[in-house]
Design a protein around this ligand. Structure first.
Ligand SMILES: Nc1ncnc2c1ncn2[C@@H]1O[C@H](COP(=O)(O)OP(=O)(O)O)[C@@H](O)[C@H]1O
Ligand SMILES: [Mg+2]
Length: 413
């Protein structure tokens, strides 16, 4: 038999075995079990169950921070419902799953749903909103008797939420005749729910389910189940999984983040030709992922966002955080002077600081002002200081300024 070319010197041949099944660590791998979400799954099931009894499923709203298993939980239950539907004549089911990501109006979302249902072709456009909704009803008309529409990242559409009011009432309002329709909305933005118009809340919220952040124990068991399949036996040092779980729990309790850490740690061991994964790999993985997260976020910052961030960084270096808008603003003015850029008024800078808080760069803590009424904010850096300085320094315009700040950090150590 031909042995093929000699690969002993080929750089792709690895001397060590770490992953038994690497695909288990990928984002889209679907776990068979979600025991940490047993009660949420049961609530979802109870909401969907009316569909099996010849009426429409309840509308449902899921919310919680990113990485809490919302999407995977819905997929899990809808798969089971679809499996049931194929086994019986009592349920003719159509599920339409979509993400509202980048669809910032009801009009866009309706067009997006039409495209999704058609499965191909362009997104319709150039008609008025009611015609767009009518077109959507025509498409829905051709689906099965029971229709469930899942709108993930539903918060993208903000307050332009007519469709969310209309869809659940399509039958009541005569747009659909003998079909049952229900809507499942999923949101990572906890405030979206409070800002919806009352009529939408009424129409959409038969049931709502909160997905609270995972704690370290839950993250540990989620990781253990994956690791059993993903890694060869004995490859992981004992403290690797607890450390990944602890890092993710300290941050936002995201299973996605915990899994990414574990995967990256495994890859680092493999790329260094080490035959086991150790704590150092997890720490290095955390630094790499954190850096990537900051870099990605930084790319989308406006100039004024950057100046506001830099002002907080400067105060952080001086050990003066958390601090109030007024003091950040003083720093902001001196930095804007030095860089010779235009200056915003204090109120606008505060808006930028709050936006940096939403984007995960700053911790923005709101304090009650007591007798004066109203709130004031105190800001501090959320991202790692050294890494943030490193990344900011790569911007030519900021280089000298950041170099001075870095010197101050080194001086104080
Ligand atoms: N309880 C769990 N058990 C196993 N894997 C989980 C669990 N919760 C979340 N995951 C995994 O974590 C990742 C993020 O979950 P996802 O459902 O996308 O979160 P969300 O929609 O809340 O942002 C996915 O890879 C998912 O499979
Ligand atoms: Mg999701």
């Amino acid at each position: 038999m031909d042995d093929g070319p000699d690969l002993s010197n080929n750089p792709y041949g690895s001397a060590v075995n770490i992953f038994a099944d690497e695909s288990v660590l990928k984002e889209d791998w679907q776990p068979a079990e979600l025991p940490e979400r047993a009660s949420e799954l049961e609530e979802i099931r109870n909401s969907l169950a009316p569909a099996t009894r010849g009426v429409n499923a309840h509308n449902l709203f899921l919310y919680g921070k990113t990485g809490q298993g919302k999407t995977v939980a819905i997929d899990h239950e809808l798969d089971l419902l679809a499996e049931y539907a194929t086994s019986t004549d009592d349920l003719e089911l159509s599920v339409v799953k979509t993400s509202a990501n980048n669809q910032s109006t009801s009009y866009q979302l309706a067009g997006h749903l039409i495209k999704e249902i058609r499965g191909s072709g362009p997104k319709p456009s150039g008609i008025d909103q009611q015609s767009m909704f009518d077109l959507l009803y025509e498409e829905l008309h051709d689906l099965n008797e029971t229709i469930i529409i899942v709108i993930d990242e539903i918060d993208s559409i903000g307050s332009n939420d007519d469709l969310l009011y209309e869809l659940p009432r399509a039958r009541k309002n005569g747009h659909l005749e003998d079909q049952w329709i229900s809507v499942i909305g999923i949101s990572n933005d906890l405030e979206f729910r409070d800002n919806l118009s009352p009529k939408v809340k009424d129409s959409l919220y038969d049931n709502e389910i909160e997905f609270a952040p995972y704690d370290a124990t839950q993250l540990t068991s989620i990781l253990e189940r994956r690791a059993d399949r993903a890694f060869y036996d004995g490859v992981l040092a004992e403290d690797v999984i607890p450390l990944c779980a602890a890092f993710a729990a300290q941050d936002e309790g995201s299973a996605r983040q915990a899994i990414r850490l574990l995967y990256k740690a495994g890859e680092l061991a493999l790329n260094n030709e080490q035959d086991s994964v150790a704590e150092v790999h997890v720490r290095e993985a955390r630094d790499i992922l954190e850096r990537k997260r900051i870099e990605e976020g930084m790319r989308s910052l406006t100039n004024q966002d950057q100046l506001a961030l830099l002002s907080v960084v400067a105060l952080e270096v001086a050990g003066e955080t958390p601090t109030r808008t007024r003091y950040v603003y003083q720093k902001y003015k001196s930095i804007a002077d030095r860089l010779d850029t235009n200056q915003l008024v204090e109120r606008r800078v505060r808006d930028h600081l709050q936006s940096l808080g939403m984007q995960g760069f700053l911790i923005a803590e709101s304090r009650n002002r007591g007798i004066q009424g109203g709130n004031h904010y105190r800001f501090e850096l959320k991202t790692d200081l050294e890494t943030t300085l490193d990344i900011l320094r790569e911007d030519n315009r900021l280089h000298d300024l950041v170099a001075d700040l870095s010197a101050a950090v080194n001086h104080s150590q």
